[in-house]
Design a protein around this ligand. Structure first.
Ligand code: DON
Length: 310
């Protein structure tokens, strides 16, 4: 028997899931992320115009990190079309960590296996159309504004700079792909854009709204504008299911069954098709880079409200 969504149940589930924060650690390979409070856990569940439940410190802001990969993929697909995008990045899960380099060499032709791992996301960011980094980032932020109706959203300069200065592994992925002609632009300019896209800053409410638009076939519930074409939202949700939680994607599909994308800041965006957008923030991560308590919370949410798509 499943029950209706209600506030007390959500508060209770957050309290329970919060106990798991002690099993994780905040990411510190991007030094600025190391300052986050590991005990925090918050969630917003958005069901369209003025219908939103939330629990925890929901006004706390965090950066998108890998969740931004879903949005850049949407933009690149709108800019270039499927044939072009998938000639430079694949559609298959890797089963490897998000920043792994190993399959770049063994995969033939040499292109990253999917757009959710760092290598694939860097290749996708390289495809965004614009004359300058500023124009490309501006176009990405416009998409975020159109999905959330929040025009105050921007990126955190401190986090972007901290990642730019320490992104040795991402630089090496870029050099490898430049050699194989997967990446076309200047590597420092690409990393400047990529680290800024990852540093886009928001709260759980806005994250849930992003998830909602993807869940509901690309339409903004307030403006009723078709922000992302329907066929592209299907591609996004499919990647979220197969690769969104990296090498935990299989287990997550079984235990939770909601298209979702995580980021190393501790964010998770969920998109329940034709229904709900979910935004979670819990910066204590497991060894695969996913929010420990956030995943527990999604597991109980999914079972209690029967949200699995399978
Ligand atoms: O490129 C990186 O390593 C980070 N900016 C993003 C990685 C990330 O969020 C992986 N997610 N769980």
């Amino acid at each position: 028997m499943t029950e209706c969504l209600h506030q007390e149940a959500l508060d209770e589930m957050v309290m329970e899931a919060k106990k798991f924060t002690k099993y994780g650690n905040v990411a510190d390979y991007i030094p600025a992320l190391g300052d986050a409070d590991p005990d925090t856990l918050s969630i917003a569940v958005y069901r369209g115009y003025e219908d939103c439940y939330s629990a925890g410190c929901i006004h706390e802001k965090f950066t998108l990190q890998s969740i931004s990969k879903v949005l850049t993929l949407a933009l690149a697909l709108m800019d270039r079309g499927e044939d072009y995008v998938f000639s430079r990045v694949g559609m298959e899960p890797t089963g490897d960590p998000f920043n792994s380099i190993v399959k770049l060499e063994s995969n033939r032709p040499s292109k990253p296996l999917n757009p959710m791992i760092n290598a694939g996301a860097l290749a996708v960011t390289d495809m965004i159309i614009g004359e300058s980094t500023g124009e490309k980032l501006g176009r990405l932020l416009s998409l975020v504004h159109e999905m959330t109706n929040n025009t105050d959203l921007g990126y955190c300069e401190r986090v972007a700079k901290s990642e730019f200065e320490t992104a040795y592994l991402n630089r090496s992925l870029c050099y490898f792909m430049k050699q194989h002609d997967v990446i076309k632009s200047d590597i420092e300019e690409l990393l400047d854009l990529y680290t800024k896209q990852c540093a886009i800053q928001l709260d759980c409410h806005d994250l849930a709204k992003l998830g909602y638009v993807i869940a509901n076939e690309g339409k903004n519930p307030v403006t009723e504008r078709q922000v992302i074409p329907l066929h592209i939202t299907r591609i996004l949700k499919t990647f979220m299911v197969t690769c969104g939680m990296y090498n935990s994607s299989g287990e997550f599909a079984i235990k939770v069954g909601i298209p979702a994308k995580s980021g190393v800041s501790g964010g998770i965006m969920g998109a329940v098709p034709h229904g709900i957008g979910i935004g979670i923030y819990g910066p204590a991560l497991d060894e695969r880079g996913n929010s420990v308590a956030g995943m527990k919370l999604l597991e109980s949410l999914s079972s209690r409200w029967d949200l699995s798509i399978f």
